[in-house]
Write a protein that binds this ligand. Sequence first.
Ligand SMILES: Nc1nc2c(c(=O)[nH]1)N[C@H]1C(S)=C(S)[C@@H](COP(=O)(O)OP(=O)(O)OC[C@H]3O[C@@H](n4cnc5c(=O)[nH]c(N)nc54)[C@H](O)[C@@H]3O)O[C@H]1N2
Ligand SMILES: Nc1nc2c(c(=O)[nH]1)N[C@H]1C(S)=C(S)[C@@H](COP(=O)(O)OP(=O)(O)OC[C@H]3O[C@@H](n4cnc5c(=O)[nH]c(N)nc54)[C@H](O)[C@@H]3O)O[C@H]1N2
Ligand code: SF4
Ligand SMILES: [Mo]
Length: 735
Amino acid sequence: MGERTTHLHTCTLCEAMCGLEITVDDGRVALIRADRDDVWSHGFLCPKGTTLGKLHEDPDRVRHPMVRDGDRWREVGWDEAFARCEELLRPVIDRYGIGAVTAFIGNPTAHNFSLGRYVGVLIGMSGIPMIYSSGTVDQWPKNLSSQLMYGGMWTFPIPDVPRTDLWIVMGANPHASQGSLLACPDLLGQIDRIRDDGGRTIVVDPRRTGTAERADEWIPIIPGTDAALLLGMVNVLFADGLVDLGGIADLVDGVDVLRSACRDFTPELVASACGVPAERIRRLAHELADAERAVLYGRIGLCNQEFGSLASWLVDVVNILTRHFDVPGGLMFPKPVAWGLNSLPRPDLADFQAGRWRSRVRGAPEVLGQVPVSCLAEEIDTPGEGQLHALITVAGNPVISAPGAARLDRALPLLDCMISVDNWLNETTRHAHVILPGLSPLEQPHFDDLLWSLAVRSAAKWSDPVFEPEPGRPAEWEILIRLAAICAGTAAAEVDVAAIDDGFFTMLCQVKGVDPAVALAAYDHGGPERMCDLTVRTGPWGDRYGEVPGGLTLEAIKAEPHGIDLGPMTPRLAEVLQTPSGKLQLAPPYLTGDLPRLLERLARPAEPLVLVSRRHVRSKNSWMHNVDVLVKGKDRCTLLINPDDAKRCGVLDGTPARVTSEAGTIEVPVEVTDEMMPGVVCLPHGWGHDKQGTRLSVARDHPGVNNNLLAPPDFVDAISGNAAVNGIPVEVSPA
Ligand SMILES: Nc1nc2c(c(=O)[nH]1)N[C@H]1C(S)=C(S)[C@@H](COP(=O)(O)OP(=O)(O)OC[C@H]3O[C@@H](n4cnc5c(=O)[nH]c(N)nc54)[C@H](O)[C@@H]3O)O[C@H]1N2
Ligand SMILES: Nc1nc2c(c(=O)[nH]1)N[C@H]1C(S)=C(S)[C@@H](COP(=O)(O)OP(=O)(O)OC[C@H]3O[C@@H](n4cnc5c(=O)[nH]c(N)nc54)[C@H](O)[C@@H]3O)O[C@H]1N2
Ligand code: SF4
Ligand SMILES: [Mo]
């Protein structure tokens, strides 16, 4: 009989942050189930959470640094790996300068204890002038509207779903995603709760998703037209005298500007472009205004589209105008127990300006310091002054996730140096010269940094590692510090990780007004755990290192293995506003300046067929298809198409179709279903695992096809640069 132990650990796979109870037998995960006593998730979990053990035990997972010579990989020790990084980076920097080096930061960074807190060190200390991230295929429009409205690019208001009576969901599918820019356990279950309490949920989406099925009403909408629909609602709110800002009126600037900006956008004007009857748009505005507690929520379908910034802005606007803002049941600002590094002051953005510089090849303007990730390929493969010669990827798979995927796949082999901080040898990392693996989620402690800033309650949970990592394995924060220092000119063998970490910690203390000497003396260790304690102790409930007796510390959180709960969101608009005027900007000129572009779109004839993306509860972007229990069963990478469109295009259920866009052509099996509105087809994102040279033995047998082969690199929301991977014009024919 081996040893059996039980461990509590928060799931790191999505924003729901479910508490797990993990049983380990003889050093192997025997069972993962929900922790019913978790103060946050109360026993909820989804099928992915039970597979953390499979991820941990995946024989394909990279556990040792790997160096590539030609097409052969060899495992090496850590010293050799960092020496190789230096050997590759140094000549590039010497010859072309640090401007020839860039980084791509991917999604798991936001869910990872080490990476999230230290990726800023890589960006800040390496001297790399510009980076790319999955943010520009995700939430950049929300970053932009939040910067302009509230003065902070991460100051996101979150729908207080657990206390609302009317929930309008636009371009989000929590049935698959479990919530995004919104952390709420069992989010889908809220639909039933709302109904039981006499309320309603309405889903506005081109697809009758699992969320729409469970809701009370589905309103199909033509992709990319949400901003127009929302402007129609704003128009009605003003015209019918329904505007009521409630208690925040004194904090809001720009009501009159907004009133005139929306004057032309009557429901009658926008209805046909949106595919939503004018009468329904009118009624939506009235329903929202009349409801005591209501909230309209928009997510990735509203960001990853041609008018992402306008739509993201207007989501907040309609809630503000109907006094569903900064009040229970409406959009509210979370108060995280531990402040996130994303909330550090950004003086560089105080006076917002887009296009302070432009990308070299396409001339794309920077917005909030980044240009679209779809620029990356052309910056690598176009010769000339300023060409990129080195790339560091951190937890990212842009060969799958970025528009114009085929060109990036061809461009990466042109690099003189590519280093990937990543746990798998996949479509992107197979091009790397060095792979530096992180620990598995079960080999490291966990406390969510970013995600508690998106949560419907103030709560906190600490997870100890379930397994000890192999001796000598660095955590990812150390890897990032080492890479940053090498870029900055330190010899690989001479990087003083602890000194750099102390320097970073000292800087954070100074920002938060605590004496670094007092804070430093409180620890015998560095790294993310120390930083986590700092952010708790200087947070809203913190003890400020003894200044506030009885205040919260990480120690106190650790003492509660099922977590601590400090209650629901509370009104705090005045506290979070950081605009130069100190007021909420309802109608920022940069955003209203984009309205003529929308008017032009309304005048354009409708596209016969457009493509949108989808997610599935058993996938996580591109990287969990190597878990057998998650991919078994029928092929999920199919083209969903409405029966009328299928007939018109001559394609049959279960047969392969050819899908063509301006960017490329793919073949994919057809699934005919009336869950798609006519004129819209749908593909999942994150597939295409048929590339040579990967080490993904399970995913290889369920390859699917990459929908970003169809995404034109320059199809973006013009004012944020965010990719428009929804609403891509396509043609479908039998293969
Ligand atoms: N067409 C289309 N494209 C899209 C989207 C869409 O809806 N449609 N969605 C977009 C969105 S929202 C996002 S966020 C992006 C995601 O874009 P990416 O972040 O580029 O892609 P992921 O698939 O999340 O890749 C994660 C990578 O991290 C690695 N990894 C996993 N865990 C760890 C870890 O703990 N440490 C390290 N170091 N590495 C790890 C995986 O091996 C993988 O290489 O895709 C975007 N692309
Ligand atoms: N299981 C699972 N969970 C995940 C992920 C995953 O891959 N798998 N990914 C995580 C990540 S990185 C993110 S960013 C979140 C995203 O979380 P969500 O925002 O909930 O993303 P989706 O599930 O893709 O739902 C987007 C919806 O937008 C709709 N849509 C597309 N275009 C439009 C449009 O123009 N207008 C409107 N109104 N709707 C439109 C689509 O049909 C789809 O139903 O999920 C996270 N959670
Ligand atoms: S919903 Fe699933 S993937 Fe998300 S945190 Fe919970 S168990 Fe993990
Ligand atoms: Mo995302």
